[in-house]
Design a protein around this ligand. Structure first.
Ligand code: PLP
Length: 392
């Protein structure tokens, strides 16, 4: 047999990009068309409207043809001016990247230290804001679900804490790996700018990103002196109410987005969250079982913060994690994600968000368990059985 030939589908478990359902692929499979035609405008309009439901907001949502990084930058350049101070809790590699971006844009970042095993601390944020009598801090920027660690910050508590201090800082939230997979409520949790991306819970290709904008954030942007053009909210939404396009939109992706939003609506967002919770619980059950000899464990330490969209697994003993992932992918057709930055040599990640069901995750866990065995890592056999029990 030619070893290079692989049959069946590879199980994709990067926490973005995620699996794209056939329905979405088919919706996008269409020829070029005039984006100024009434037919396309209708599709786009439906997307703008339905997206509000996913963000749980009455406010408009701008769509950028860009990666999540673009929406990150847009959130900062529209709300902050050069020299402004932003309070950011350190949660992991993605809070680091957002921080670096803010500093590159000329902002001062007050980085609240974190250990990469816990989420942002609502009390620490509240204390810092309460101490800022001069209102130097212009924004608090939090990554809701830290994709590098599998830790979900308690956003509702953070939103309440900010509100109780009566501090005027805007609340910016990265929902890139939580949107449409973990509960997020923009309006109810007092979020001013919510940042999203297409390639995760929305089950789309990468390349589309979002800013949902509160009234307070919009008014701030109108007065804000930061130089900007492409990312300027006004370029995409001159009247502050009705989002549109600045440039040629990613037409086929709009058809994909329309289908994704219909699919989420059919299942019901609440059920989408429950499905993610169920699958994540099965994954955590397997990890806890495998880890009984003490060789590996879930990176996230606080059960209130375990992520339902991605789990990071920490090896407590030396292990060649790159080799582990390579064997899992090449021999068992399961693509796991690497540890990022300081976790690179100790962690692998299982993304479990988007278009996923129980047999798919059990197949993945079986691939991981086979790899544990093949690599002769000390583990307790039976993690897959434990996951099955948690699902029944
Ligand atoms: N924020 C989070 C939480 C992410 O997981 C990612 C990507 O994985 C990003 C931001 C950056 O998104 P992108 O790679 O689309 O620029």
């Amino acid at each position: 047999m030619n070893k290079a030939v692989k049959r069946g589908r590879e199980f994709l478990h990067t926490p973005g990009p995620t699996n794209m359902p056939d329905r979405i692929l088919r919706a996008m499979d269409r020829p070029a068309l005039d984006h100024r035609s009434p037919g396309f405008r209708e599709v786009a309009q439906e997307c703008f409207e339905r997206l509000r439901d996913v963000f749980k907001t009455e406010r408009p949502v701008i769509i950028y043809p860009s990666a999540g990084h673009g929406a990150w930058e847009a959130s900062l350049v529209n709300t902050c001016s050069r020299g402004d101070t932003v309070l950011m809790p350190e949660t992991g590699a993605f809070s680091n990247m957002w921080r670096n971006m803010a500093e590159a844009l000329g902002l001062k970042v007050e980085y609240l230290p974190g250990d990469w095993r816990h989420g942002a601390d609502p009390e620490a944020i509240s204390e810092r804001l309460a101490a800022d009598q001069g209102h130097v801090i212009k924004a608090v920027a939090v990554v809701h679900n830290e994709t590098s660690t599998g830790v979900t910050s308690r956003l509702e508590e953070i939103g309440n804490a900010i509100k109780q201090t009566n501090h005027p800082a805007l609340f910016l939230v990265d929902t890139i790996s939580s949107l449409a997979s973990i509960d997020f409520r923009m309006d109810a949790w007092n979020v001013d700018v919510a940042i999203g991306g297409s390639q995760k819970g929305l089950m789309l290709p990468p390349g589309m990103s979002f800013n949902a904008i509160s009234e307070k954030a919009w008014h701030t942007s109108e007065k804000n002196s930061m130089q900007r053009r492409y990312w300027d909210w006004k370029m995409f939404m001159p009247d502050g109410k009705n989002p549109g396009f600045l440039s040629t939109p990613p037409i086929q992706m709009f058809f994909g987005l329309q289908e994704a939003l219909i699919m989420l609506d059919e299942e019901g967002l609440h059920n989408v969250f429950l499905r993610h919770q169920r699958i994540a619980t099965a994954v955590r059950s397997a990890i806890a079982h495998w880890g009984k000899p003490g060789t590996l464990e879930l990176l996230s330490l606080d059960p209130r913060e375990h992520s339902n969209s991605i789990s990071a697994i920490l090896f407590n003993k030396p292990c060649d994690v790159d080799e582990f992932r390579s064997v899992c992918r090449e021999k068992h057709s399961v693509a796991l994600a690497a540890g990022l930055e300081r976790l690179a040599k100790q962690v692998f990640r299982i993304g479990h968000l988007g278009d996923l069901n129980e047999p798919m995750i059990l197949g993945t866990l079986a691939g991981v368990e086979m790899t544990l065995k093949k690599q002769q890592i000390s583990y307790e056999p039976g993690g897959v059985e434990s996951a099955i029990s948690s699902l029944i």
